[in-house]
Design a protein around this ligand. Structure first.
Ligand code: IPM
Ligand code: MN
Length: 345
């Protein structure tokens, strides 16, 4: 019996999480669900974003299933930093695992590429880099203003991320190639460390081919030759950016899922699309990203059979049922898509 904390969150979060839970029930997972109402509504009522008491409870569960964070009435940054980033940091979820996989029957904007070409995984460092929130203003609001934003990269933080990435590449056993994505030609401190650490760590993994690509070239190749990639590892900011690009190539935000992983602690799984205020409450948002996040959660819990069952059901309906993966254009409502997945299990 697993203990799963559920944070439906804001916007369309609750709608997609409801479908994910429906699928978890149907696949036969035995779990206790602990619901948390943190997010914009609670913040607006009480001023609380993520109380320490909640954080402490979350440390005791087997996994966290998160819908979305962000609301038009709340100043950007408050919920993102106070809830999402705080969870990632305080629970030391130092990996953000983001598969980019084009499922059968799904439209991709890249001409002449199909599911055999678009199938790679981004391992995004999730606790450091520009996301640490360090920096300062000098002479704020004057013509001489300077704003400094620090990218912090610790050897230990980089090493643990690289170790996960090498292990993951080995476990995946597909192309057995790990590409470091960086910018060694400009970020001569940060990516000097990353590159040294990458090559040293790589010595311990003789079966894994090491590759390096600048982040700008990576964007180019993700569109031109996505089949070149197997597993990519990169820092927090670059990982954030290239995974939105990756998501579009796999059919959009309606399908893209991610895991915030602490390999020795509590991990958190989410659709990466955000709260989509425009579609909230309309029963038109695509729940497949949330359902895929549930599948990733099962995989991390060690329930690989159930995880595969869900992923296969998703592939079945993208191939045979859905007209599109975009909100409002699927040919089915949010709830009907959840029902289709359940039927296909
Ligand atoms: C993501 C999101 C977050 C990030 C935001 C909401 C803080 O874009 O999960 O990719 O930048 O990490
Ligand atoms: Mn992002």
């Amino acid at each position: 019996m697993y203990k799963i904390a559920v944070i439906p969150g804001d916007g369309t979060g609750p709608e997609v999480i409801a479908e994910g839970l429906k699928v978890l029930d149907a696949v036969g997972l035995k779990y206790e669900k602990i619901m948390y109402d943190v997010g914009a509504e609670r913040y607006k009522k009480t001023g609380e974003v993520l109380p320490d008491s909640v954080l402490d409870e979350l440390r005791t569960v087997d996994a966290i299933y998160l819908g979305a964070v962000g609301h038009p009435d709340v100043k950007p940054g408050i919920l993102e930093q106070g809830l999402l980033l705080k969870l990632r940091f305080r629970l030391e979820q130092y990996i953000n695992l983001r598969p980019v996989k084009l499922y059968p029957g799904v439209w991709t904007p890249i001409k002449n590429k199909g599911p055999e070409d678009i199938d790679f995984v981004v391992v995004r460092e999730n606790n450091e880099g520009l996301y640490v929130g360090e920096g300062e203003f000098i002479d704020k609001d004057t013509p001489d203003e300077v704003a400094i934003q620090i990218s912090r990269n610790t050897r230990k933080g980089v090493d643990r991320c690289l170790e996960y990435a090498f292990d993951y590449t080995k476990r995946r056993n597909k192309g057995n190639t790990l590409t470091l994505v960086g910018k060694t030609n400009v970020l001569t401190y940060a990516f000097d460390l990353w590159e040294r650490a990458f090559n040293e760590m790589g010595e311990k993994y003789p079966s894994i081919k090491r590759d390096y690509a600048h982040v700008d070239a990576t964007c180019m190749w993700m569109l031109k030759n996505p089949e070149w990639f197997d597993v990519l590892v990169t820092d927090n900011m670059f990982g954030d950016i290239i995974t939105d690009l990756g998501a579009m190539t796999q059919g959009g935000m309606g399908i893209a899922a991610g895991g915030n992983i602490n390999p020795k602690g509590v991990s958190m799984f989410e659709p990466i699309g955000g709260s989509a205020p425009k579609y909230t409450g309309k029963n038109v948002i695509n729940p497949l990203a949330a359902i895929c996040a549930a599948s990733m959660m099962l995989s991390e819990l060690g329930e690989q059979d159930m995880a595969d069952k869900i992923e296969n059901a998703v592939m079945d309906i993208t191939a045979n049922k859905l007209k599109s993966l975009s909100a409002g254009k699927m040919g089915y409502s949010t709830q009907e898509v959840g029902d289709l997945v359940v039927a296909a299990l």
